[in-house]
Write a new protein. Structure first.
Length: 311
């Protein structure tokens, strides 16, 4: 970590506190005249850190599909804001006549602002609509999924995206009870599933809500789409830094950095890989929050940062 990054102050924001701030900026090894992409602008914390290290020739392209994020844009000619999902990375860069960049950042966590706005439907703490759309221009809400998905579809998403222990029972219960019980609000949905909640109710509901949020926003599909475009848009020597918040995302990023695919392939010393790796992995193990950051921001507990450099 260079001296400049280690001393940089973490931005305070009511909208979102950036996690692994210094570690991420250090991992990107920012070039003053470089072109950088923040795929998840949010409160703009990481972006401000990048801008501080860019000179007048540098440029930052900030993506965010959530309209609320635009309120946090700095008045800075070096910033291009793209109000789109980062899965459209390469197309949007081409639209702005940018073919290659020096670095790409994605912080995949839901912003504090989204969690704290009851009407967005992301948090079990509020009694707003069961929505969970990051881009409110898109169609299906979490309530739509609960109302229309088959038992098999619900079982799969709760098992894969939420690692819910009794996902099969939960799916069956929802399909049986939704015929005569409403589930258009958070409170209604919690009441609907209360008979099958297992263990710590808060932890259980958090897992269920996580699974629904990932499905509503097609987060895994978007992540894979974006990662597949990274080798084409990143300059040789350029870096990509991804912050994940659950094991499913982290596994996808780890596998893509290691072998350029999303499949788990066991290490076999007798079968050397013939595939040329696009990336040199900078973080041999994921970087996690320090004790100091954990005390300051409890939401950083599950954050993992992985950084790779294009060969």
């Amino acid at each position: 970590m260079n001296e400049q990054n280690s001393k940089s102050k973490i931005p305070d924001s009511d909208y979102h506190v950036p996690v692994l701030y210094r570690e991420t900026l250090s991992g990107l090894a920012i070039q003053p005249d470089g072109v950088y992409v923040d795929c998840t602008f949010g409160g703009g914390g990481h972006s401000r850190g990048i801008l501080e290290q860019l000179n007048s020739k540098g440029k930052l392209i900030a993506f965010d599909q959530d309209a609320d994020a635009q309120k946090n844009l700095p008045e800075d000619d070096r910033v291009i804001f793209v109000p789109q999902n980062f899965r459209h990375l390469q197309r949007m860069l081409r639209l702005h006549k940018i073919t290659e960049v020096d670095g790409i950042l994605a912080d995949l966590g839901v912003s504090s602002h989204q969690f704290d706005e009851g009407e967005r439907g992301f948090s079990i703490r509020f009694s707003g609509p069961l929505d969970m759309r990051m881009d409110r221009r898109q169609g299906a809400t979490a309530a739509d999924i609960i109302r229309t998905y088959s038992e098999t579809q619900l079982h799969k998403l709760f098992e894969q995206y939420g690692e819910v222990t009794n996902s099969k029972t939960l799916a069956k219960h929802i399909v049986q009870e939704r015929k005569h019980l409403q589930s258009s609000t958070i409170e209604q949905f919690k009441a609907l599933i209360s008979p099958v909640v297992k263990g710590n109710p808060n932890k259980y509901l958090a897992q269920v809500f996580q699974a629904l949020r990932i499905e509503v926003n097609d987060e895994m599909g978007a992540l894979k789409d974006m990662l597949q475009q990274v080798p084409a848009v990143l300059k040789p020597g350029g870096r990509v830094a991804i912050i994940t918040f659950h094991s499913i995302e982290d596994r996808v990023v780890k596998n893509f950095f290691r072998q350029g695919s999303f499949d788990e392939t066991p290490d076999n010393p007798f079968m050397p890989s013939t595939k040329e790796n696009v990336f040199d992995i900078i973080t041999k193990k994921p970087v996690t929050a320090s004790e100091e950051e954990l005390k300051r921001n409890t939401r950083s507990r599950s954050a993992k940062l992985r950084v790779a450099r294009k060969v």
